[in-house]
Design a protein around this ligand. Sequence first.
Ligand SMILES: [Zn+2]
Length: 141
Amino acid sequence: MSVPTTIDATLVAELIGVRDRAYAPYSNHPVGAVVESESGTRYAGANVETAHYKGLCAEASAIAAMVSTGERRLQRVYVIGPGEHLCSPCGDCRQRIREFATAETRILVLDAQGNLLRDYDMEALLPDAFGPENLGKPSFA
Ligand SMILES: [Zn+2]
């Protein structure tokens, strides 16, 4: 499975669109995510904040959309933030991605314009992760 060095314009437009629909009135830090499942279907999500500061991250939102359809394996996770800085997944999202990742899953973080900043595999994103196999469940990895 090849890893893209640039992200195609259609996907960048999808990422910018979902990021721009984020509900982030408290942090003013809109984030968009698109996850590509094993079937190649893309699911989008944005961060959704609440007044009591227990919002939902974009990655979690996109993964929830995927899982809700019955899909369980992540092929790619794309994350786009609002600026030039690296908007990498938070700790909670790293664990959430791990739950549905395989050894081939790639996590790609883009700047606000859609330029690729970082490309992680699961081991780089969350080394020695606690996963399903730690609880006697089959691992996708
Ligand atoms: Zn997160």
